[in-house]
Each structure stands twice: as structure tokens, then as C-alpha cells.
Design a protein around this ligand. Sequence first.
Ligand SMILES: [Zn+2]
Length: 477
Amino acid sequence: MTNNFKLKALVATLALAGSIGSAQAVSIVINNINAAGVGFNDPTPATPVGGNPGVTLGEQRLFAFTYAANIWGSTLNSNVPIIINASFEPLTCTATSGTLGSAGATSVFRDLVDVNGNNVGIPGTWYGGALANKLTGEDQAGGQAVIRARFNSNLGTTNCLAGSPFYLGVDGNHGTMIDFPTVLLHEMGHGVGFQTYTNGQTGAQLAGFPAIWDHYMLDNRTNKLWVDMTDAERAASGISGNGLSWTGANVTAGIPGVLSRKPVLTVTGVSAGTAAGDYAVGEASFGPVLANPPVTGQIMPVVDQANGTGLACTTLSAANALAVRGNIAVVDRGTCSFNIKAQNVQAAGAKGMIVVDNVNAALSGLGGTDPTITIPSVRITLADGTKLKAALTKRSRTSSGVIGALGRSLNSFAGTDNQGRALLYTPTTYSPGSSVSHFTTDATRNQLMEPAINSDLTHSPLLPYDLTYELLKDIGW
Ligand SMILES: [Zn+2]
């Protein structure tokens, strides 16, 4: 949906038992620690919805939790039950953004020894309680919960994303509401190990030891793993934009079956010179999705401003129309909406449109809705646009000798680095609870363990939908 619906990871320190054991590969026990009358015990009458038969708000919340617990229960393997302490309570929220839930391991263990006295796991490395129990085959946590999970009790009320309450059905028909089973799956994912226990903001390890995650997190600019870095180096990679990659073999192998190929502008041609190569592009929300074989043509600029730029906000002049006809038009961002530019170059006969940003900023897409647009449109950065335009200066009225192909990369996937490894979420401003311990928001299809919920998620953490279970396999599940 939007980046305002946050799903947070936390490292917590550690009743009323609503105990549900699933009969699959690991038993998951939900400890409802809400007081009587609130949260999972809320007696407000409710109408059964979407496969959820509960007749009170509390019953429906617990039913959804059991549904999600059964999904993880049938996915993971362990002979030690996973105990979760869970509650609904007020979490950070405003009218326009809010935390949906947060969860994490309550306890971590290192230098693991299994029931036969054998060392298991990587020495000197923290494992969350659930995974430590699995690897050793016995309960390291003395019967205590290994996961603490909280969900926002105010969601959907005035001043807390009023239009977006939790959908408590289990059929995925959440419409514009927030799908609670998805939130539950996400938070349980953190709880069973989808998080580092190292401080992503300072880089400081927990009590001087790395987390199992830190053996798989690589700064893709320095080629250093988190376990081999200084605190400062770890902190820098945590705010690197797209500089932090996951090296685990299961995730990497799963990527081609899960993620889409990156959209790309490939520039070739006798006059391309140093502008030749692949350009990252932001896709448009109108017009056809980029596909292969690519849309190919001479790249020709629209020039309709005194300073040499082209806005294409009005019907193109005869000279501009001649230039772009049958070709790929280059226009500049600004003054009018992107779909108006697309309408004008399309009307002149262009077969595609490249919008050059007008400010130095991170690459983003082209918003807007317009069913009349039939040509593909993309956005490139100002720096890339400047480089590309420099190759167009010696053009004729109808050709430039610079060929563009708007399609999809043959070898790289949306949400990966240039070595085909999954990127983690590392915005340049550190976001507590979100940075590092999630997949990048650039992933397409959207992934369960991105920092914000997306409305197109399935309830599966498995291939070919999702890489979450692959990452858990990488760390030892
Ligand atoms: Zn999260």
C-alpha cells in the first residue's frame, strides 16, 4: 500500500494462556497476554468474515493468529514448540501513518551445544531462541516465550489510519483494509529469526558477538561482511541506499523464480559513444509494462524551451513531431503531469518516452493514470539524462544514431545488486525498526519481509511467491 504502514522488528527482553498447538512440523504456542476485556480478549461483538468464524473482536484476532501460526508451523521444522507472547496494545500512530505491529526474539543464545553434546551452528554467534531450540533439539529458554509480538490496538480509529483497520478474514479479501494475517506472518518472521541482533544504527554487536545474520550481510561496495567490519563500517552500510546485500545461497538461488527482471533502457548505436550501456529506469503507472522483446528506436529529444529542454506539455511543433515520429522521445520533467507529456509525444507518433528528471534525486517512477496511453514511458535520473542528451547533439531532423531499447534486463532482477544478490532495506536516513532487518522495497514482486505492507502479498512465505523461508534456511532453519 504505502510506506506509512510499518512493520517493525525489535529485539525485546522477555498468563493467560490461549494455547494452540499446530500438528505440523513445529508446534506454535500463542500466549495471549492481554488483560481481560481488551486486545485478544476484546468482547465487542463481531460478524464472521472471510473464513474467520469468531463472534467477538478478540476471538477473530486469535483465530487469525492461529491461522498464521499454522502457516509457519507447517513451514518450519523443530521439535521444540515456539512460544509467542502476544498482545494488542497502542503502538505509534497518527492519522496518516502508523506501526501495525512489532516483534522479535525475546532471548538469544550462542555457542550452541545439542542434546548429544555436539557443537552446532557457528561459534561465537547469536541465534534467536526459536532457532537455537531447533538447532540444539532442546529448549534453551527454560519454557519461556522465545518471541514477543505486539499489534496496534488503535489501528482504524480516529487519528490512527482511520480508513485502514485490520481485516480479520483469512481469505485475503482485505480490499483497502490492512490484512491482519499478512501482518502476523511478517511479525512471526522476525520472531523466528528474520532480524539481526547487532545495532544497525551504531553497528555495535550485542555484547560483543555477531548475530547469525551478520555472516550473510555484505557491503556490496567494499565486499566486506558485517562480521568482518568495524562498528562504523556496519553503520555506514546500514544507510547506504542499496549497498547492503544478502549472500545466503538459498535466497540467491530463489531469486530468478520469485523476482521480476529489472526494467532497463539499453542504449546502443553508432553515435552513442560513452552514453552506451544499460540505464536504470523508473516505470510508469500508465501505459504498457515494459516487456521483452523491447520497444526499440532512435532516441530523439523534444526541444520546446529557450534553454534547449523539452517539456512536451502542449501539442508538439512540426519539427518536434518529425523528430519523435517512429522514435523514442526524450522529454524533461516539469510543468505538467507525466501522462500529458506521454499524450503529446504519442500523438506525434513516438513509440516510447524517456522522462529526464529535473532535479538530482534518487530514481523513482512516473505516477498517474491514463488509459489512453499505449506507448511505454520511463524515467531516468538527471545525471543519466545529461549523459544521454550529450550523445544527441549531432542528430539530423529525424535520427540521432543513438538507439534505445525499453525492455527488461536479461540478467538482473528488481531488488537485487549487480551480482544477483537480494538487497536489504538501507535508506540513507536510518529508520529504527525498519532499516537493515528487512528486504529492500525495490523488490518486485513485493516481499513479505519488506518494511511496509503491500496489498498484493499472498499468505505464502515460500517459493515461488516469497524469499522469506529461503532466508530462514540460510541461517539454519
Ligand atoms: Zn518488519
